[in-house]
Write a protein that binds this ligand. Structure first.
Ligand code: IPE
Ligand code: IPE
Ligand code: MG
Length: 252
């Protein structure tokens, strides 16, 4: 398998559609509350947004779409909400996987599966296996995921694999054991719902990602709202520590 070294070594052009987009889908609860509905109604609507966005990203030829569905901290929510979310997750996987497969989309789940029901784990495995050979959009769903968990599990694997290197590890020794070792670092990070924080998402990989925050709540995040994020990205100048002048010179 080819591993990606740090994206900060070379500068991707912002004129193009970002190759890898990572999204914190936030604001389902507030969307529901505004309509005097239970929070779970917002989560249900949120699934519709996921479906539309996946389709849209595939049509735009985005290569990697990574969605934060459930954080390692979300277990702290009321038990009924957690149970509902797990059920919704299972239902969405069952319902959508055939369509994903027909559309040549490869589905990968990242996160700690040890707290999931056996039934959910086998549904995840079956969905991944079914779509493993697909060559279109790579859709990653982060569930029971935490950036710190990811770094720690990578450190442990690296240590076990190469104990003789202790004291001499490099970035690429570690990054090959991260859950997303198959993808370049995200070019664009989007968080809906108005909060301006990373909430323990892809901590290692977001080092040089362009960040975009919008007040739009996840169930309202339609193509138009997504296009605004892309337009914002396309106006950025990614420098990775260099000066603007250096970049202009390099282009001539
Ligand atoms: C995001 O929406 C979905 C999950 C975290 C599962 P929230 O449920 O966090 O919605 P708000 O932030 O309460 O509006
Ligand atoms: C972050 O949303 C995680 C997901 C979207 C799955 P939260 O709404 O749980 O984030 P915090 O805890 O308010 O930062
Ligand atoms: Mg929230």
């Amino acid at each position: 398998m080819a591993f990606f070294t740090s994206a900060t070594q070379n500068i991707p052009s912002t004129a193009e559609i970002p190759k890898h987009i990572a999204v914190i889908m936030d604001g389902n609860g507030r969307w529901a509350r505004k309509r005097f509905l239970p929070r779970i109604a917002g989560h249900k609507r949120g699934v519709e947004t996921v479906r539309d966005l996946v389709k849209y990203c595939a049509s735009l030829k985005v290569e990697y779409l990574t969605l934060f569905a459930f954080s390692s901290e979300n277990w702290r929510r009321p038990a009924e909400e957690v149970t509902f979310l797990m059920g919704l997750f299972m239902q969405a996987l069952k319902r959508e996987v055939t369509k994903l497969h027909q559309n040549n989309i490869k589905l990968i789940m990242i996160g700690d599966r040890s707290r999931f029901d056996a039934e959910l784990v086998s549904q995840i495995e079956a969905s991944e296996q079914l779509t493993a050979g697909n060559t279109g959009l790579i859709l990653t769903i982060a569930a029971n995921y935490g950036g710190r968990w990811d770094i720690l599990q990578a450190v442990n694997k690296m240590q076990l694999a190469t104990p003789q290197l202790t004291g001499f590890y490099r970035e690429d020794h570690l990054s090959q054991y991260l859950s997303m070792n198959y993808a370049p670092e995200p070019d664009l990070f989007i968080r809906t719902g108005g909060e301006k924080r990373i909430s323990n998402f892809l901590l290692w990989q977001l080092a040089y990602t362009e960040l975009y925050f919008t007040d739009t709540l996840w169930p309202d995040f339609n193509e138009e709202a997504f296009n605004l994020a892309i337009q914002s990205y396309q106006k950025r100048e990614r420098r990775f520590g260099r000066t603007s002048e250096q970049l202009i010179e390099a282009k001539i």
